[in-house]
Ligand binder design. Structure first.
Ligand code: PA5
Length: 335
């Protein structure tokens, strides 16, 4: 757990870096399309939650080109995000965006995306290298928000970064409330497959992050769903196999003050209606003032939890061998 823990403990420093980073000048955009995969792609989802109150729509694309007809019509600013700079889906989409004449900006440590950005003179925020992409969330989100600042799509986020960095700095220490809460949840989830629920722009986005962090760090299956949608389908899926699910699954519901009031009621009703099938349920509420801090507060709990689950499972959270194997298989196919 040590190495990944060190990388997760780097988050406060990354947020402080973002507080001071310079925003590139990009004109004015209120329609943005972020493209990226995995640990890079999720920075677009987080940025979308922050940008929405400013009247900026951030759509997120996780896949290859071509550019969808709506984007050809609305001409969003495309932000290509790839920590390595070598992710084929992101590169493919960036090429499609360029060929379609859309404005493009890049966030990367370098790689092929860095080269393309230099050749094409795309505005770029270069982030420090040397981390697993999923442990570079502070840099990647910081850089995407810098691009949005440069595009007048959000206000200056400096104060938010400072608050979030301070909050994260306290939370990542062993013995913090966040650490203890993560440990409690890890103990309860031991031997269970986690299902993470969110219910609004902030809690929903972080539910996805918890799922992917548990997958990649703890090497465990996990799923995420969002309220109120899951009350219209998933809730009935608990009816026929309670003997299997009651010991096999655990639900963690993430909440934030921006969740609709009716979503808060739905958390309680859903929990009661499904208690035979999934009796183990935990809730985690966000903390902090700025949306960024609230995103970060839920994120740190999930990141620590994923490391604790890795420890319980006896696996090293750092390597993602199956992802690397798959990338190699695809590269071989190209030879
Ligand atoms: O966490 C990971 O390692 C992956 O999810 C990667 O982020 C993903 O494969 C995309 O790579 P990159 O972030 O370098 O574009």
């Amino acid at each position: 757990m040590t190495d990944m823990l060190a990388q997760i403990r780097d988050l406060p420093a990354q947020l402080s870096w973002a507080a001071e980073a310079e925003a590139p000048a990009i004109g004015t955009h209120s329609e943005v399309l972020c493209v990226g995969m995995g640990g890079s792609g999720i920075s677009g989802d987080y940025a979308g939650a922050i940008a929405e109150p400013f009247g900026t729509r951030v759509s997120v694309h996780k896949g290859y080109g071509p550019i969808a007809p709506w984007a050809i019509r609305l001409r969003p600013l495309v932000i290509a995000v790839s920590y390595s700079g070598n992710t084929e889906e992101t590169l493919d989409f960036a090429v499609s965006a360029r060929d379609t004449g859309l404005p493009v900006a890049a966030v990367t440590t370098g790689g092929r995306l860095g080269e393309m950005a230099r050749e094409e003179k795309w505005p770029t925020v270069e982030v420090p290298a040397g981390l697993q992409p999923r442990a570079a969330l502070g840099y990647l989100l910081g850089a995407v928000l810098k691009v949005l600042e440069g595009a007048h799509a959000v206000d200056d986020q400096r104060l938010a970064f400072v608050e979030a960095a301070e909050w994260a700095g306290r939370a990542v220490d062993e013995g913090s409330d966040t650490w203890d809460r993560a440990a409690e949840i890890a103990a309860g989830l031991s031997g269970r497959i986690p299902i993470i629920y969110g219910g609004g722009p902030i809690s929903g986005v972080v539910a996805q992050r918890w799922k992917t962090q548990i997958n990649e760090n703890a090497k465990m299956p996990a799923w995420w769903s969002v309220l109120p949608e899951l009350d219209h389908n998933e809730i009935t899926g608990w009816e026929t196999m309670p003997d299997v699910t009651k010991d096999l699954l655990g639900i963690v519901a993430l909440t934030d003050r921006s969740d609709h009031d009716r979503v808060a009621s739905r958390v309680d009703f859903t929990r009661n209606l499904t208690s035979d099938a999934v009796p183990w349920v935990a809730e985690v509420a966000s903390a902090g003032t700025f949306p960024l801090t609230r995103l970060v507060s839920l994120t740190v709990t999930g990141d620590l939890l994923s490391l604790m689950l890795a420890e319980h499972a006896g696996v090293d959270p750092l390597p993602v061998k199956t992802i690397e194997k798959l990338k190699k298989l695809l590269a071989k196919e190209d030879e």
